[in-house]
Write a new protein. Structure first.
Length: 311
């Protein structure tokens, strides 16, 4: 009972600190974004972009601070990459929980350029956060079912144009384009519905990566491939706030940009689509095997620790 009460109090404190951090930084972010809209000339707007980035990075640092105050998570992190804040990265990661975003921001803030996500259109209406994402030029995408796109093929072209415009903006200032290749958070129900061939992942979707590479492929310095594992179970956001994420394992590696894929047109060339699909599936096979290995190692470590604790 006492443990449950302590956990709930931790969650309430973390939620209050999270909210305070949002309410402090988002109004300032919006004021600077509005100033950017009013200023003439690209040179002045680029200077304002640097101010917006500073605000966003300081906001993320505030999140890292309350996480350190309220959480007792063990971070098992290995990054096999030389990171630089003035380069362009295409970041690829598996997706299991909203907590993934805080994990990624905590680990990579100021080590690489600001992570920018492709967001679902309804998220623009999230109080405060939707406006913040808009101010930081996060692109909002409409998600349509295959059946809807068959009836309205023009919507596919509209989403492609939105992606292209966003990537062109990203090409003007060092950026980390974040792509959750699965397109949604993993769950066993979704895995079964998809009949996914992977043990720990949903089927990957190559379209987002293909569009980013088609617009910015020659500008990306590297692909940052990230794997996140929660050995004690994937926490939802409230569980995370309550301190019920005892351990997180993160592995990251730098991969070269597949230049051979940049020569084709993903949307019109079937051979190019097949090549992208093969490349992404190979990445996903490696990631699935890596997750299995990390979970097995974590289980073996916990069993060894239990033997030591047992007299």
């Amino acid at each position: 009972m006492c443990q449950r009460l302590r956990s709930s109090l931790t969650g309430c404190l973390a939620a209050l600190l999270l909210l305070f951090n949002i309410l402090f930084w988002v109004p300032l972010l919006l004021l600077v974004a509005l100033l950017k809209l009013l200023l003439p000339g690209q040179a002045l707007r680029r200077r304002i972009d640097r101010v917006l980035l500073f605000i966003a990075q300081t906001w993320i640092s505030g999140n890292s601070t309350w996480m350190q105050w309220t959480q007792h998570t063990v971070w098992d992190v290995q990054i096999d990459a030389e990171l630089h804040a003035k380069r362009w990265y295409l970041v690829n990661c598996n997706h299991q929980s909203w907590v993934d975003i805080l994990v990624l921001q905590h680990l990579f803030n100021r080590r690489i350029p600001l992570l920018r996500f492709f967001l679902k259109q309804p998220l623009i209406w999230v109080p405060f956060m939707g406006l913040a994402w808009w101010a930081l030029d996060f692109p909002f995408m409409r998600r349509h079912s295959p059946q809807y796109l068959e009836q309205h093929p023009e919507m596919r072209a509209r989403d492609q144009e939105t992606t292209r415009q966003a990537c062109e903006k990203f090409s003007r200032i060092p950026t980390s384009v974040m792509n959750f290749v699965e397109g949604t958070r993993f769950s066993p129900a979704k895995q079964a519905r998809q009949q996914s061939p992977y043990r720990h992942l949903l089927k990957p979707k190559a379209g987002g990566i293909a569009m980013a590479l088609s617009v910015m492929g020659t500008q990306f310095d590297a692909i940052l491939d990230v794997t996140i594992v929660y050995p004690e179970g994937v926490p939802n956001f409230w569980q995370f706030l309550c301190g019920r994420m005892p351990r997180v394992v993160v592995r990251a590696r730098s991969l070269p940009v597949p230049r051979q894929l940049l020569r084709g047109d993903y949307h019109t060339d079937p051979a190019c689509r097949a090549a992208y699909a093969h490349w992404v599936q190979q990445l996903w096979q490696e990631k699935d095997a890596q997750i299995s290995t990390l979970l097995a190692l974590s289980k073996a470590r916990e069993q060894a620790a239990q033997k030591i604790r047992t007299p």
